[in-house]
Every structure is written in C-alpha cells, then in structure tokens.
Design a protein around this ligand. Structure first.
Ligand SMILES: [Zn+2]
Length: 270
C-alpha cells in the first residue's frame, strides 16, 4: 500500500492515506450479522457497525484452525474490527473480541433466534442507512437472548424496532380510520394500525386484539431494546402477538428469511 503522504486522523475512527489509491483504515465496533466462506480458507463477514453502517470485510485465513482471526468471523461476535478499504469490500487488518456471544452459537434454540435477528437486520437495512441506534438495538437484542430473557418476547420487540426504523411503525393509539380511542380494536397491517369496531369491516383480514396483546404491542412500539427487563407473558398472549407481528412484518417488509423457516420448524418440534 502506498503511504507516501503522511496518514492523518480525520476525526473519529478513520486513518486516511491520501496517495494514488485512496485506501482508508477503519477502526469500528461491529457485530457479525453474516459470515460466509470465500475461496481457500477465507471468510467474508457482514458487520453492522456502530459508526459506519453495514460493512463487508474479508477475513483472510479465518477458516484455518490456528488463525487468530477465526473467532472474529463467527456469527454474532461483537468486537472491534480494524480494516482497510478503498471501495467495496474491506480487508481485516486486526481485531479484538468484545463479546463473543458463544452461548448464542452453542444452544440450538438461541442460535435460531439470533440467526433470525441477524438475517432480519441484514435484509431490512441498506448498507448506508444503518445507524448507531440500529447497532445498539441489535446489540441489546443479542445480549438479552444470551441472558436467557424470553426469546420470543425479545424477538418480537426487535421486530417492532425494525418496523419502526424502516418507517412502518403501526398506529396503536387510535383507530386509523376515524380516530376513535375506545376499544376493542382489530389490528389491520394494511391500514397501518388499529381499527375500532365501527371501522373494522374495512379490512376483513384485520386481527382481533386481546387486552394483553394490545398492551404489549403498545409497550413495544415505544420501548428501546436496552430497557427490556424480564416480563411474564401468558402463552396465549404470546401466540396472539406472534400472529400480529408476523402479519405486520409480511405486509410491510415481505422478506423471505431462511432463518424464520428454521425457527418455525423448531417451534413445531418443541
Ligand atoms: Zn374507527
């Protein structure tokens, strides 16, 4: 690499080499949301970074057992990554693990939930639209799963954050059609929120909301993942919540996620 002009720090995290080729050295906190084999012994990871959106980074030799970088290429790893990049893919220079999240890879059910959160993040965000807030939400989601909080609740809350960050947060305070604030309500993903009993006929596919599910949806709509404590939710409320979140996700994002099929299969087994 040409470094004939003195490198200069440009503020927060980047070291700029202003030579013939404009290669920059990035130093970022990131979480591995995708990891795939590449060529002989290498891996390409997709990072959700705290400061630089989504980034693809080549990790040379990551598949080799003795590689000091192999653990950095594992899904869900949270670490500091230092990589060179001119355009397109970066190349890892070195990195340090901050939290390996190994428990999320060792238990089948946790691996399934974490994979879903990671794939959902990857597929719903463009490279440059991911912000520090997205990063904090995913980090908190993985931490909550690792701490043994109710995985279904963690995931539904994360789905709500993704909907919100994608601009599809449902209106849950008043009927989207007439403004009525008195329930019972039905959830109409197509209408973008709840419909009161007078207006429910406008969407035959609207889902009747029980008290518990309605309260949880309203709570989730405003809750930061970092504030999630331990909450007890009845199985029937969770089932209702799942139907609502799935309808909302399918209507607005319409993503075909492999990890969700796997989660569904796992649900049936359990
Ligand atoms: Zn109404």
């Amino acid at each position: 690499m040409r470094t004939d002009i003195t490198p200069t720090w440009d503020g927060v995290s980047r070291l700029c080499f202003r030579g013939r080729v404009n290669v920059m050295l990035y130093r970022v906190e990131g979480i591995v949301i995708r990891s795939m084999d590449y060529g002989e012994g290498n891996k390409i990871v997709t990072l959700l970074t705290k400061t630089n959106g989504k980034a693809g980074v080549l990790i040379r030799g990551a598949k080799k057992v003795k590689s000091k970088h192999s653990s950095l290429a594992q899904p869900f790893t949270y670490g500091e990554f230092v990589y060179f990049r001119s355009s397109g893919l970066g190349t890892l220079n070195h990195g340090e693990i901050i939290e390996s999240h190994h428990v999320l890879r060792e238990k089948l059910d946790l691996a399934a939930y974490a994979s879903y959160a990671a794939e959902l993040t990857d597929r719903s965000l463009q490279d440059d639209e991911a912000t520090g807030f997205h990063f904090e939400q995913l980090k908190a989601c993985l931490t909550s799963l690792g701490e043994g909080k109710d995985a279904q609740i963690v995931i539904h809350l994360y789905e709500m954050r993704i909907l919100d960050l994608s601009g599809y947060s449902p209106e849950l305070d008043e009927c989207v059609s007439c403004g009525n604030v008195v329930g019972p309500f039905k959830l109409s993903p197509h209408a973008g929120g709840i419909l009161c009993s007078r207006c429910a006929g406008k969407d035959p596919g609207a889902i009747l909301l029980g008290d518990g599910a309605y309260k949880l949806l309203r709570l989730f709509r405003r809750m930061d993942m970092r504030r999630l404590g331990t909450i007890q939710v009845k199985p029937e409320t969770k089932a209702e919540l799942k139907v609502c979140m799935r309808k909302l996700m399918d209507t607005h994002l319409g993503l075909q996620l492999k990890s969700r099929n796997f989660l569904d299969q796992l649900d049936k087994l359990i």
